[in-house]
Design a protein around this ligand. Sequence first.
Ligand SMILES: Cc1cc2nc3c(=O)[nH]c(=O)nc-3n(C[C@H](O)[C@H](O)[C@H](O)COP(=O)(O)OP(=O)(O)OC[C@H]3O[C@@H](n4cnc5c(N)ncnc54)[C@H](O)[C@@H]3O)c2cc1C
Length: 438
Amino acid sequence: MGNAKDGQAFIPSTEKKRIIIAGGGFGGLKLARRLTGKNYQVVLIDRHNYHQFQPLLYQVATAGLEPSSISFPLRKIFQNKPDLHFRMTSLLKIDPAGKKIVTDIGLMKYDFLVLAMGVNTNFLGIDSIEKNTIPMKTVSESIYLRNKILMNFEKALNLSGNEDIDPLLNYVIVGGGPTGVELAGALAEMKKYVLPKDYPELDSSRMQIHLLEAAPQLLSGMSDKSAKVAQHYLEDLGVDIRFKAFVTGYDGNRISIKDSDPLESKTVIWAAGVKGEKISGLPEDSFDKLRRVKVDQYNRLPAFPDIFAIGDMASMVTKDYPKGHPQLAQVAIQQGIHLSKNLKRMANGHTPEIFRYKHKGSLATVGRKLAVADLPGIRLKGFSAWFVWLVVHIMQLVGIKNRFFVFMNWWWNYVLYSQSLRLLIRPKLFRYQEKISE
Ligand SMILES: Cc1cc2nc3c(=O)[nH]c(=O)nc-3n(C[C@H](O)[C@H](O)[C@H](O)COP(=O)(O)OP(=O)(O)OC[C@H]3O[C@@H](n4cnc5c(N)ncnc54)[C@H](O)[C@@H]3O)c2cc1C
């Protein structure tokens, strides 16, 4: 494939077939690492220059880990990978007929295109929620939340006795999936172990954590027993859990809940679901109800055999998964590995094989030494589940340095109940500047 000039992004010319992978998350990164430069030229694009480990975003948000511990520069990963080219850019549009994509650095031609761009927060189409709540899908959003939490404490301390500090110390989390549960647990531990030490003049009992869930129980993807155990752990930590709570709006101060009294809070975290983003250039019938891209069992778009989708953004309906696979890191990783094998098979003239997901279990942690785990053939809770959670997350992190620092951080926290990461660092031109300085 040559390198034309007009409007094209610069990528070295090659005689090999070119695979463009859009998205360096769990799926795209695994795929790119597994493809050798022998058969294909690989171009990886991502809107960030780093891979982010989303399962630990909540720890950054609650000052348990540094952002750099869960982010890894993509260029460093591919330093010695022949004929793999990383470009920091966003995919804007696909032209399937012309076999090219439009990005903000120019056009790129492909022989095969792999969509691995994940999904985004689903605000349910409610403007006030999208405008005023804090999502948790990226490292920058979790840094914003960390700053907001720390700023709330500083502001509460400086209010005179007459003013109401409760809205500043009321935290509302919407969504009782793993993210909501883990965040509620981490905030409750902050209240218990950090607030009394860092802010002895503040009455820490006034910090309230509310977890709102529309379903009648937490952790819908896990067993009923594990969900109940997680609920008890949270209640013991003082979290107010409300089921069948449908949030209808939030104006920045007051959160409205259907058939219930509103709550006053300056900080509402939205962890109530995700959906795919619109991709220009693909016909409307390429998407399912949650805007996931429909794929066959080879991760291929039925109408475009040279375009694949993997991970969160792919909807592969099978007998075992009639609604598509769960949106988990393991699914994205396994699909990345499987597609790398299929692409190699195709390069050698063999037919591709269908994808079969092997579920390795589900985990959720509530706090220090508290977690639940549904593993094949065994259910764990308490310390043993927490230990499994710890090992699994450390092993999945990219980079030995990150694994070491996360392990040391957790060990330090485990022994001393305290971190020293509560820094309020705010860049001058931060995306959420007006929110921070409100
Ligand atoms: C807070 C949180 C906690 C989670 N906890 C767990 C957990 O405990 N266990 C678990 O298994 N799963 C967990 N998940 C889900 C898990 O993170 C996802 O299933 C996984 O990240 C999906 O991988 P992916 O490769 O499909 O997409 P992602 O990992 O989301 O990667 C997508 C990549 O595409 C890039 N991108 C997006 N749009 C564009 C564009 N237009 N152009 C260029 N690049 C683009 C993004 O920058 C990103 O790097 C959690 C998710 C969140 C948000």
